[in-house]
Design a protein around this ligand. Structure first.
Ligand code: GLU
Length: 447
């Protein structure tokens, strides 16, 4: 494989698709050496096939806002790769959503899902609908209009969407209600992240954050360290950040910062249960402002406008918000402030030069596709429960999640251990995911 040649061809074919090309480049650079040891992959043109999605559905979504005005958005579903199982991945509602973003997310999802040990292919979808400032009734009408198109593309053995940025339990509820109405199918397994009374799995809301902390624990353990007593800075205050903060506190760490698009809240004595609960209120308000935390808890949290979580002194940084949210200058500032570990919880949360800086400056680093895989893994467990028409206990789900995160860590160590004994988690995760998908593609012929 000639990585540069493939990347050049791809950027000619898809000009301006920045995030997608960035995600492909990272994976190709990691796997090149291994790939070249397998002439059968080259013969079947695995890479050329793997970097292109199987198909993309694009549709218009028209809905009426609270003022009675007609609004039009674009909706998408990118079915990326089904070599190891039905398409699986979240839906993102955010004003910046475009095909490049969803292709990068679908590509990443394919490898992430392979790492979970469960039989799930990769997909992603969403819309440029902006939930900020929308009423609950507007969210419902938009979700219903979105499903009016999406329902023909999905199904419990075909493609199973879930949440992502801007899509949580409430949105999954509205989407599922409309799916059932349209399809007249009452299978509980067509979406995951469902409510507890209609087929949802215990711990799914917490799973991405919990899984990220389990992975971080394994990574620290391997490096001879313990999470207890460590200071953690978290970006975001959505579902993922909430789960991460909950588990971090439970494991004896101190969450000293959470941030939003408006700035950062510094929490000197560490976040507490009351504040963690308030994160959910902030998410549901659709205001997208972290300052609200300092307004609600003025003695506990200090708001600094326009600053990121990465400006706060910490041991461990957990980006939990959006792609490319941690830049080179942030990585340098973190290092200067004593941070020695960055675990990406958001998908592609760190820019490539920031990752490069961490890896070459003695910091521990792990990529999103390994760290945040607990979310989709627990979606996979939800699918299993739905198929069995059963509901497992919290203990059972948590044990399985724990086991899966341990296995993901082991795969990273297996494929990412360097000559000096340290682990390159980026390489490890990419090679492990790739080997599984590539082998499945090879065994199923040229299709
Ligand atoms: N959106 C999540 C992710 O990036 C979860 C997807 C799912 O549960 O299907 O992995």
């Amino acid at each position: 494989m000639k990585t540069q040649q493939i990347l050049d061809q791809l950027s000619k074919k898809h000009p301006g698709e920045k995030e997608y090309l960035q995600a492909v480049q990272e994976v190709l650079e990691s796997i090149e050496e291994v790939y070249n040891k397998h002439p059968e992959f080259e013969q079947a043109r695995i890479i050329e096939r793997l970097v292109e999605p199987d198909r993309i559905f694009t549709f218009r979504v028209t809905w009426i806002d609270d003022r009675g005005e007609v609004q039009t958005n674009l909706g998408y579903r990118v079915q990326f790769n089904s070599a190891i199982g039905p398409y699986k991945g979240g839906l993102r509602f955010h004003r910046a959503v475009n095909p490049s973003m969803l292709k990068f997310l679908g590509f990443e999802q394919t490898f992430k899902n392979a790492l979970t040990t469960l039989p799930m292919g990769g997909a992603k979808g969403g819309s440029d609908f902006d939930p900020v400032g929308k009423s609950d009734a507007e969210i419902m009408r938009f979700c219903q209009a979105f499903m009016l198109e999406l329902w023909r593309c999905i199904g419990p053995d075909q493609d199973i969407p879930a949440g992502d940025v801007g899509v949580g339990g409430r949105e999954i509820g509205y989407l599922n209600g409309m799916y059932q109405k349209l399809a007249r199918e009452y299978h509980t397994g067509v979406l995951t992240g469902k409510g507890m009374t209609w087929g949802g799995s215990i711990l799914r809301p917490e799973a991405t954050g919990f899984g990220a902390l389990y992975f971080t624990q394994h990574l620290l353990h391997k490096a001879g360290k313990d999470i207890k007593g460590k200071n953690i800075a978290i970006s975001g205050f959505g579902n993922v950040a909430w789960g991460a903060a909950t588990k971090a506190v439970e494991l004896g760490a101190k969450v000293v910062a959470i941030s939003g698009p408006d700035g950062v809240c510094v929490i000197e004595n560490g976040i507490d249960k009351e504040m963690i609960d308030y994160m959910l209120v902030m998410r549901a308000s659709n205001r997208n402002r972290v300052e609200d935390m300092a307004v609600c808890f003025p003695e506990k949290a200090k708001f600094i406008a326009e600053k990121k979580a990465w400006s706060v002194k910490c041991d461990i940084a957990l980006p939990c918000a959006f792609q490319n949210e941690l830049a080179l200058e942030d990585a340098k500032e973190l290092k200067q402030n004593g941070c020695w570990c960055v675990c990406e919880v958001s998908n592609m949360g760190c820019q490539p030069d920031a990752i490069h800086f961490c890896l070459h400056n003695g910091m521990l680093f792990a990529p999103g596709k390994a760290v945040n895989a607990g979310g989709v893994a627990t979606s996979g467990l939800e699918m299993t429960q739905n198929a069995e028409h059963l509901s497992w206990t919290a203990k059972e789900v948590d044990e399985r999640l724990h086991h899966i995160m341990q296995s993901i860590h082991e795969q990273c160590v297996k494929f990412g251990t360097q000559a000096d004994g340290t682990v390159d988690y980026v390489k490890g995760a990419n090679i492990a995911g790739f080997m599984k998908v590539a082998t499945a593609m090879l065994e199923q012929g040229i299709i």
